[in-house]
Write a protein that binds this ligand. Structure first.
Ligand code: GCV
Length: 709
């Protein structure tokens, strides 16, 4: 029934598009485009929104519904089929319906078709106002996608408590690893001038269920914690509050020295603890619902507790004690590796954090990147997931594409996020997925969280490209439900962002679903990693071997030599496999069972080793590069065919970016093959094109002004 209706809606939309070409759009409206529905569907829209509570969150929920209804009708006289009744049990109208709200928690909601005073209504009910807001957005999605409202009976609640964006935004408005322009936070003009865009930011995040945002870079400046900057953060917090979004700040560990004039930042020093407590009290006086701190400590030059021979737990607990009386939390990052440590970088976080499991205060979460290196196109799940059962483990994904072609490569990350979340840690036997570690259900934690490094900037389309909006979207939807299907998310996003017409959605989703594997293939196939050029990470640099720290060099990761390629992380090498639970460790230790996708992550493999299909590793590697380039060409042609469905502005931007991507995929392929061939000494497999230029040409490329660095 639903499919029939969507199809009907889509056919009519297609006819409307045929009659008048889609007007240009700049992407600002994201997936909240409330464009007129076909007359038949518009006629069935509810006529009014009834809200009885005087609550800021219920108010914005009602406003959003009204805005959506107004936009979805081409003619304001259309529609009017019953009302939408929204509220909590404090609304007499909702209370009278006697709905089962008790199990919804603070953020869950219920959508129901009901009858009030003999008239059909659609009800959005929740225990708390935030649930009403999330329910409103869920209903709007249904309206946009022409899904039926009759016999509605939906209940949903988030599986993860903290769903947080991490902005790597600096106080001068530059964004570390940002490819969508300057920071949206105009620190200079805050707190007096509040860019109206902050409200649209809040709407977009609330529509996904994101309920927290860390405003400043983890490479933090102490100034963020001074009174003027607290006032600025408070102004942002005031804007976001009605949308259920709390503000958090990254804290520089040495702030007690820099701001407090203390001689030390030793977390066990009473004066340091008193400084943090006073600072937290000051923040909470200005931002009563402040979420807490995010901390990058003893990582890439940042100060931390190790400077005082204290553990990460000592450090985290000092800040946690300061925010605990106010209900705040600390997200302590596990992204650590030290230049003094010769151990495999992939092992270092585990070695440092596993021993302190159980030592963290109740209001600390350890925030762990999805993989053990650094947001590579593909990594196995981080071995810390499942290894610290006494500590809530938050996962950190990177929505911005530092290592995946910036904003000009179309790479849908829903599949990458889901691949990690679905991975089985075997920590408590089969089914101990990363998703269950993260949502707290595996170990029974009260706190749970998912963080995503934002891809948001001042660009008109927020993310630097239309398809990068899908990564923000997918992050939010997976944070709400870590077991959601990335294909279903892509389908929903494409329908909302362009048109629900299946003749558009199906091929668009195919492009998206294959796009991440394509990027893996043309950049880092078969489990290779970190082969990007120095610093900005733009383009290939597998030959780089002269950087100060060994683990900054691509040669450290691929270990190619005359006999083979790959990092031996088995017992004969770094034995990183031993950090996983035994069934996983056994699989990763056996090159026959690891799987081709992660082969060279765990094994140093002879160039002539036979793969499953009988080809040599060398030939397979070259063919993977070719497969990646071919896949981008296919995407480009698929997009060409979708032109009639998309407004000119957004179609042209994506078409231009796909040209960039195809050119750069070829560059990656040629440069990598030229380099690896100089080491393997093997001929290219028959029928394979030679790289366009000699190796030295690729080595000579330089990009001093690449963004985000
Ligand atoms: C914010 C990588 C990035 C850095 C980033 C760091 C981190 O190393 O290249 O820009 O710093 O990760 O996650 O802290």
């Amino acid at each position: 029934m639903m499919r029939r209706l969507v199809a009907r809606c889509a056919v009519v939309l297609a006819l409307m598009l045929g009659a008048a070409p889609a007007s240009a759009e700049d992407g600002y409206d994201l997936w909240l485009r409330y464009r007129p529905l076909p007359a038949a569907q518009a006629a069935a829209l509810p006529g009014a929104v009834a809200a009885q509570e005087q609550d800021p969150t219920i108010r914005v929920a009602a406003q959003e519904l009204e805005r959506a209804l107004a936009g979805l009708r081409a003619n304001p006289r259309e529609g009017g089929q019953g009302a939408i009744v929204i509220g909590t049990a404090r609304s007499p109208q909702v209370a009278a319906l006697g709905l089962p709200l008790a199990g919804l928690g603070d953020e869950g909601y219920l959508l129901r078709s009901a009858t009030v005073a003999g008239r059909p209504v659609t009800v959005i009910a929740a225990s708390r106002p935030a649930g009403v807001l999330y329910g409103a957005f869920a209903l709007i999605r249904r309206l946009q996608l022409c899904q039926p409202l009759d016999r509605l009976n939906v209940t949903d609640r988030p599986k993860v408590k903290l769903r947080i964006l991490n902005h790597w935004d600096n106080l001068d408005r530059s964004v570390e690893r940002g490819y969508a322009g300057q920071s949206i936070w105009d620190w200079w003009r805050l707190p007096d001038a509040k860019d109206p865009r902050y409200i649209d930011y809040a709407r977009a995040n609330a529509s996904l269920g994101i309920n927290g945002t860390v405003l400043n870079n983890v490479n933090a400046k102490a100034e963020s914690l001074t009174a003027p900057y607290i006032a600025k953060a408070a102004a942002v917090a005031d804007t976001l509050r009605p949308y259920g979004i709390k503000v958090y700040l990254s804290a520089r560990f040495s702030a007690p020295i820099e701001l407090g004039g203390l001689k030390t930042a030793d977390p066990l020093d009473p004066a340091v603890r008193a400084w943090w407590k006073a600072k937290a009290d000051e923040i909470y006086r200005t931002i009563p619902d402040f979420g807490g701190f995010l901390v990058k400590a003893n990582s890439e030059g940042q100060p931390g507790p190790r400077d005082y021979h204290r553990s990460h737990a000592d450090g985290a607990n000092a800040l946690a004690a300061a925010v605990a009386p106010h209900g705040g939390i600390v997200m302590w990052r596990a992204f650590v590796y030290a230049e003094t440590d010769p151990e495999d970088r992939a092992k270092q976080a585990y070695s440092e954090f596993k021993p302190v499991d159980g030592k963290f205060a109740d209001n600390v979460l350890v925030q762990v990147k999805n993989g053990a290196i650094d947001f590579q196109p593909r990594e196995p799940f981080h071995p810390l997931f499942g290894a610290m059962p006494k500590t809530p483990m938050m996962i950190e994904f990177q929505i911005t594409k530092e290592y995946l072609g910036f904003s000009t490569h179309l790479v849908y990350l829903g599949t990458l996020f889901a691949e990690t979340l679905e991975a089985d840690t075997f920590a408590k036997g089969r089914g101990s997925t990363v998703a269950r570690v993260v949502d707290g259900s595996l170990d029974g934690h009260r706190l749970s969280g998912i963080a995503g490094v934002a891809n948001i900037g001042r660009d008109r389309d927020w993310s630097g490209s239309t398809f990068d909006q899908a990564n923000w979207y997918a992050f939010g939807r997976l944070a709400w439900n870590p077991t959601a299907d990335p294909r279903a998310i892509a389908t929903e996003w494409a329908g909302l962002t362009f048109t629900p017409d299946p003749t558009f959605v199906r091929p668009a989703v195919e492009m998206m679903m294959g796009s991440r594997q394509a990027a893996v293939d043309y950049m880092t196939p078969l489990g290779l990693a970190h082969l990007m050029a120095t610093g900005h990470h733009y383009g290939p640099g597998p030959w780089v071997s002269d950087l100060a720290r060994p683990e900054w060099n691509p040669t450290y990761y691929h270990r190619a030599n005359a006999s083979g390629i790959g990092f031996d992380r088995t017992r004969t090498g770094s034995n990183a496999v031993a950090q996983y639970a035994p069934p996983v460790a056994r699989r990763f230790a056996d090159p026959g069972k690891t799987g081709e996708d992660l082969l060279l992550w765990f094994h140093h493999v002879a160039w002539d080793r036979r793969m499953a299909d009988g080809s040599t590793l060398w030939d397979t590697l070259v063919r993977r590069y070719d497969r990646g380039v071919t896949a981008v060409g296919t995407m480009r042609r698929q997009w060409d065919a979708l032109r009639p469905h998309v407004d000119a502005e957004r179609w042209e931007q994506t078409a231009a970016f796909l040209n960039v991507q195809e050119r750069e995929a070829r560059w990656w392929r040629d440069a990598s093959i030229a380099y690896f061939q100089s080491i393997s000494g093997r001929p290219l497999p028959a029928g394979t094109a030679q790289p366009e230029h000699p190796l030295d040409w690729y080595k000579a490329q330089s990009f001093p002004f690449a963004p985000g660095h």
